[in-house]
Design a protein around this ligand. Structure first.
Ligand code: GLN
Length: 191
């Protein structure tokens, strides 16, 4: 199994370390030609969604990745990655892959709660430590989107088909359960 990690900007190295710890090979996706390699899953890391979206277009990687996600490539998106997958972004006309029918709010916790840590139940996984950094939350979801977790009544984790989208950063905590869950998703989809 190989996982492609979008490595244009943001917290991609932390995801690679997690996957390697769990025995999974990663390839960094930095330019169009990297997309010619075989990979069975995709990670869209946290960072700055506007910068990542711009680079994806400039480097001509956007359309190829969008098609692969639409065609069912298992995808784990965290924070800025979640924003890239949203069909709608509040107060913003620009959207990106638009592959999950949901509306997200960027920087949703304001200045004071810009960053925080909590532990919350996630459907199908159990208690998960969650680190939020200038995080978005999901304001609403449409049919077919499975809500996996809420914090203070706000949706912060969903699954839609083979896309797992999280507002927090599982790569920054010791716990491996999210990455393990994602690896199992990939295994099931390649069986
Ligand atoms: N605030 C960032 C954005 O809007 C996301 C923050 C993150 O990925 N930690 O893209």
């Amino acid at each position: 199994m190989k996982v492609g990690v979008l490595a244009l900007q943001g917290a991609f190295i932390e995801h690679e370390k997690k996957l390697e710890k769990l025995g999974v090979e990663c390839i960094e996706l930095r330019q169009k030609k990297d997309l010619e390699q075989d990979f069975d899953g995709l990670i869209l890391p946290g960072g700055e969604s506007t910068v990542q979206g711009k680079l994806l277009k400039e480097l001509d990687m956007f359309d190829i990745l969008q098609k692969r996600i639409q065609d069912g490539l298992p995808t784990l998106a965290t924070c800025a990655g979640l924003i890239l997958l949203a069909k709608e972004i509040e107060n913003q006309n620009q959207t990106y892959f638009s592959t999950i029918p949901m509306t997200v709010k960027r920087n949703a916790y304001g200045r004071q709660l810009g960053s925080f840590h909590t532990i919350e139940e996630m459907k199908g996984i159990g208690k998960v430590p969650m680190t939020f950094i200038r995080a978005p939350y999901i304001e609403s979801v449409q049919d077919g989107v499975d809500i996996l977790s809420k914090v203070n009544d706000n949706i912060i984790a969903v699954q839609y088909k083979k896309q797992l989208a999280l507002a927090f950063h599982p790569e920054l905590d010791e716990d491996d359960s999210i990455h393990q869950y994602f690896i199992n998703m990939i295994k099931k989809s390649t069986m």
